[in-house]
Design a protein around this ligand. Sequence first.
Ligand code: PEP
Ligand code: MG
Length: 325
Amino acid sequence: RQEQYRKLRDVPAVTKDGVGIDLHMNAGLLVDLQHLAETGAISVGLFRTELQFMLASRFPKMSEQERLYRAALDLAQGKQITFRTLDIGSDKVLPYMTQLQEENPALGWRAIRIGLDRPGLLRTQLRGLLRAAASRDLRIMFPMIATLDELSAAKTLLDREMAHLLRHGREPPKDLKVGIMVEVPSLLWDLQEVCSRVDFISVGSNDLMQYFYAADRDNKRVSKRFDSLSAPFLRALKQIVDTARASSTPLTLCGEMGGKPIEALALLAIGYRGLSVSAASIGPVKAMTLATDLRLARAFVTGLLVEKTAGHSLRDALRTFAEDQ
Ligand code: PEP
Ligand code: MG
């Protein structure tokens, strides 16, 4: 299998009926970046910057962050990297940060909420990113945005950092694209407006699923009860594609479900054309893409989504469909 997948490295991910799919890679540490060339991924669709912070013994200084981001851009050799700003709190603990005792950490002080309440922390990171990307393309993505106000506040901090950079006569990035993760359900009802204010969006299906069913993603007792291939969740994911497409907002999905072939098949069927997955998943997802007649898959899944009701999983039906194909 591994050998087979390796052979697919330079084969474009195109369905049997000619629809091109963009396969991006998730990364978090510099060592992951060697997989960009190995897998043939077209970019790093999600760089989890917090991993570096989790390994450190104290908050990395701005200069250390700048060095790391520059090294990442160098290693990517011209391929783009979507840097997600710090997503700490909840399951991502920094040993040197005072642990808050929270009743519900996943619903608590995490990700952009910390960044906005401790703007010095987020601004330091943004400064490091802007400096590292001098004369190069830079993509910045904010995690856990739940309201338009949070998006505005995050963008204001970025604008201030850009102004600071220019005031100090530093070379700005050649191009700066700003996007957010769609992983809190409240955004689904503001998505049109969100799309008009960002350059791209990426669905964080791990968290979106957790908040959608109110089921802790790390608690098998409850997380196993719900399926990401349930009709209601797929309808929500489809609503995101339809809204993004209506405004031509570039869209990817970067949660774990995109890396599983049956799930990825469902995502292509409802309209996703860009997935960011772990390095090990690029081969399997590409193999699925090459073997899929998307017209048939779309008709099949659309039919099921009309028929199936709450709680119903499309998994068995999709597996049978995939085997037939
Ligand atoms: C997600 O929530 O789907 C995601 C990609 O981010 P993380 O798993 O890092 O929360
Ligand atoms: Mg997430």
